[in-house]
Design a protein around this ligand. Structure first.
Ligand code: SAM
Length: 235
């Protein structure tokens, strides 16, 4: 969807995701137990994360990941972009509770329109790219690519459709999630985008990939080409 479409209606004004802000954490534990948190936090001790100084966090929801990232990296400053004012409010409160508010800047905008104005060595999108189409992700990735230094890291965690026997149950789970988010938040996306194709087209290189729950959940590390010291991974 081009940035000129009335994204405000879908996200900021109605704040569909904001309806979930208070309960989001508990709904997550109720449906997936500890698995989403495991997937989201899997890279926290990775050197590409611990060495980062300027992070761009997109669609972090209620800010649990962001708060941990700030706690574990005292030299890190974060710009967090989310289209939900209620989610951003929770992010700010969490960071403030830990005394880290000064290192967090929040920005309310649809990431389909967002263009970074500074350089970043770390980008994270946890369970957020699945709200976009492949074309929207590619456009976003091309804009981010211009502000990511060589060797900068982009961590993507999301749902995936594995091959083999696990594919059918995974399809059912993903379909049910899209239906639930459509009803509760008004999300228009109905199928998982091909984020890998989008990132590759924008010039990113996949470094590694971890999966959980028979491939239903994945966490990937992407980088800008100059930082790809190992053979790029494809799947
Ligand atoms: C499913 S929640 C995921 C939250 C969290 N990252 C996690 O790991 O659970 C999606 C988050 O992305 C935000 N979001 C969805 N679509 C967005 C968009 N187009 N622009 C900006 N934020 C968006 C929502 O407000 C919400 O905070």
């Amino acid at each position: 969807m081009p940035p000129s479409l009335p994204v405000q209606d879908e996200h900021s004004q109605r704040d569909g995701f904001g309806r979930l802000a208070r309960l989001y954490r508990w709904l997550e534990y109720l449906t997936f137990g500890p698995w989403l948190a495991l997937c989201r936090n899997a890279r926290l001790r990775d050197v590409s994360v611990t060495a980062a100084r300027h992070a761009l966090i997109l669609g972090d929801g209620d800010g649990r990941f962001l708060a941990r990232l700030l706690r574990q990296n005292p030299g890190l400053g974060i710009l967090s972009v989310d289209s939900s004012p209620a989610m951003l409010d929770r992010q700010s409160r969490r960071a403030a509770r830990d005394g880290n508010a000064s290192r967090l800047t929040i920005h309310c905008e649809d990431i389909r329109c967002f263009t970074p104005a500074a350089d970043y060595d770390l980008v994270t999108t946890h369970f957020c790219l699945d709200c976009l189409s492949t074309t929207e992700i590619e456009a976003l990735a091309r804009r981010l690519r211009l502000r990511m230094a060589p060797g900068a890291c982009w961590i993507v965690s999301d749902f995936a459709l594995p091959g083999g026997a696990a594919r059918i149950p995974a399809r059912i789970v993903v379909r049910s999630l899209y239906l639930a988010f459509r009803v509760i938040t008004g999300l228009q996306t109905r199928t998982l985008p091909d984020h890998a194709e989008a990132l590759r087209n924008a010039g990113f290189v996949l470094l590694d990939r971890c999966t959980w729950l028979a491939g239903l959940l994945m966490s990937e590390r992407w980088t800008t080409p100059a930082g790809a010291s190992t053979k790029p991974l494809t799947y």
